[in-house]
Design a binder for this molecule. Structure first.
Ligand SMILES: NC(=O)c1ccc[n+]([C@@H]2O[C@H](COP(=O)([O-])OP(=O)(O)OC[C@H]3O[C@@H](n4cnc5c(N)ncnc54)[C@H](O)[C@@H]3O)[C@@H](O)[C@H]2O)c1
Length: 279
């Protein structure tokens, strides 16, 4: 059995997706950490959702706790970190995974309230959980933070204007924190997924009228990037595992794409004529 996170106390904010056909990224990260020997505090807006992930972990023989917190509320961001610290005694790795696109739109249609909601949940909340955890990690003289960004931080498409800008802010904040807190042995990186087959994204793409069936979404995914398939939550979780484990001990300030090659392409991706068919 591999134990790449043995003895680590971890906090996953936005890890409480209910079990569904397509697992969410935060749940996959929580389960991956636990499988590799970590104790995990799973945070979600809805306690039952966090509880489902925590139960799955404990049923498999791991250690997990569930905490309810709405990260749109500034005070909850500090409280969730303090609760996790009280439960586990230290925090070795924190993952900020919550995001919303509710109220987002194109630049001319977007309302001020929609802009504010997206910025508060996607960007301000990550700053506030970092602000709460960093003194704890300074005291420990060690710690890792991984923030879930998106290829939308670097690329443009669709009507998610505020979302992309909030994620660009996440990448910038990640690099700034990495530099400022490196002397205390604290590392901070972000991951940039693209087209991940989670329940949230599958439902969102169909509701927005991009596709009328899941098969159609997978087909679009096969053509969207050089590796020829949509990502899975486990692909992202494995990158987060590396960035949170001691294996990446000399890596900080990185905005790490998990995107099948999407951000390496200029213009629309053209599959070479002699390339084999995607799986
Ligand atoms: N799925 C994709 O294709 C994709 C692509 C790029 C980036 N991402 C990023 O990955 C992350 C997870 O995406 P996902 O597809 O698994 O979505 P998801 O909605 O399943 O995950 C978000 C989690 O955060 C929780 N949450 C939402 N609002 C909250 C709040 N105010 N307070 C506390 N918890 C809250 C949700 O309950 C959920 O558990 C997000 O940051 C998203 O921007 C996803």
């Amino acid at each position: 059995m591999s134990v790449r996170m043995e003895g680590k106390k971890t906090l996953v904010v936005g890890g409480g997706q209910p079990a569904s056909l397509h697992v969410g990224i935060g749940r996959a990260i929580s389960e991956t950490f636990a499988r590799e020997g970590a104790e995990v505090c799973v945070v979600d807006r809805v306690l039952e959702r966090a509880g489902e992930t925590a139960q799955e972990i404990t049923a498999a023989g791991g250690r997990a706790h569930a905490i309810a917190a709405d990260v749109g509320d500034p005070e909850s961001c500090a409280r969730l970190v303090n609760e996790a610290h009280a439960l586990m005694g230290r925090i070795d790795a924190m993952v900020n995974n919550v995001a919303t696109e509710e109220g987002d739109n194109d630049p001319l249609t977007l309302e001020v309230d929609g802009w504010q909601r997206v910025m508060d949940v996607n960007l301000r909340a990550m700053w506030l959980t970092c602000r709460a955890v960093l003194p704890i990690m300074q005291e420990q003289r060690s710690g890792t933070i991984v923030n879930t960004s998106s290829v939308g931080s670097k690329t443009t498409g669709g009507s998610m204007f505020a979302y992309g800008i909030s994620k660009a802010g996440v990448d910038a904040m990640t690099q700034k924190l990495a530099v400022v807190f490196a002397p205390w042995g604290i590392r901070c990186n972000s991951v940039l997924p693209a087209w991940v087959a989670t329940q949230h994204s599958m439902d969102g793409l169909m509701q927005a009228g991009f596709a009328s069936s899941e098969e159609e979404i997978f087909e679009m995914g096969r053509r969207a990037n050089p590796l020829g398939r949509m990502g899975t939550a486990w692909d992202v979780a494995n990158a987060v595992l590396f960035l949170s484990s001691d294996e990446s001990c000399h890596t900080t300030g990185v905005n790490f794409p998990v995107d099948g090659g999407t951000t390496s392409v200029i213009g629309g991706y053209q599959r070479p004529k002699n390339a084999p068919q995607p799986h």
